[in-house]
Write a protein that binds this ligand. Structure first.
Ligand SMILES: CCCCCCCC/C=C\CCCCCCCC(=O)N[C@@H](COP(=O)(O)O)[C@H](O)/C=C/CCCCCCCCCCCCC
Length: 211
């Protein structure tokens, strides 16, 4: 049987993704996402169109990391430098490099902002707060502007199938509600730091709108 989801494992992956000099290791970044996707899979088939897309993007990055140029894909910083220096990124429209590491990671990076907002909302929520509302507010403030109408509609419908706040807290496997809230309080600054480092790097290199 697969191991139960644990928020602590997600936290550990994102913690390991940060090097001493604040570079982001792709290996641990994607292993954090893998944990999250396996959690999402356990919520039911209504979420499979989301997890398929996430898995596809994780796989693209993993293939680059394991490929013949893998040493250039150790960190987000080395990937950006390598792909830009070697003109491996489609900057204006998708053409010869439709699945570059930079554009693929950008999609997960935007989703990390959604996660940050959603977890912050969960952390400060009360017992009667609705996960569907928290989730769509986080989505509207992060991913939604980058998605076409049809995806926004499908996402909105999937959010209605989310479990309750209590059920969420239980599957996080981190103890009592207060312990979950404490762990979320530890996880959030870390996720925010990984997000901010990537955001600054992408902004500096004009990569935030890659097609
Ligand atoms: C700690 C426990 C609580 C949190 C658990 C969260 C688990 C979430 C796991 C994965 C999140 C999904 C990541 C989605 C990545 C989406 C990347 C993206 O934007 N892709 C679109 C653009 O790609 P290209 O076409 O340009 O290649 C693509 O069009 C998207 C398709 C699928 C729909 C994406 C909807 C995203 C909704 C995010 C909220 C997920 C809610 C799950 C709640 C558990």
């Amino acid at each position: 049987m697969a191991d139960a989801f644990s928020l602590q494992d997600v936290l550990d992956s994102f913690k390991s993704s940060l090097s001493d000099n604040k570079e982001v290791f792709i290996k641990y970044y994607i292993s954090g996402w893998r944990e999250l996707v396996s959690f999402m899979n356990s919520l039911g088939s209504v979420f499979s169109f989301i997890s398929k897309d996430a898995v596809n993007k994780i796989q693209i990055l993993e293939n680059l990391l394991m490929g013949e140029n893998g040493t250039h894909y150790l960190t987000v910083q080395s990937m950006v430098k390598y792909e830009l220096d070697n003109e491996l990124v489609d900057l204006a429209k998708r053409s010869s490099h439709p699945e570059s590491g930079c554009r693929t990671l950008l999609r997960l990076h935007r989703a990390l902002r959604w996660l940050q907002l959603f977890l912050e909302s969960l952390r400060t929520s009360t017992e009667d707060s609705k996960t569907s509302v928290m989730c769509s507010e986080a989505y509207n403030a992060s991913l939604s502007p980058h998605h076409p109408w049809i995806i926004r509609k499908a996402a909105g419908m999937a959010f209605c199938a989310l479990p309750s706040r209590n059920a969420f807290f239980e599957v996080m496997n981190a103890g009592s509600d207060q312990e979950v809230i404490t762990l979320l309080g530890e996880a959030l600054p870390l996720i925010s730091e990984v997000h901010q480092i990537t955001e600054d790097l992408y902004a500096k290199n004009n990569l935030l709108d890659l097609p």
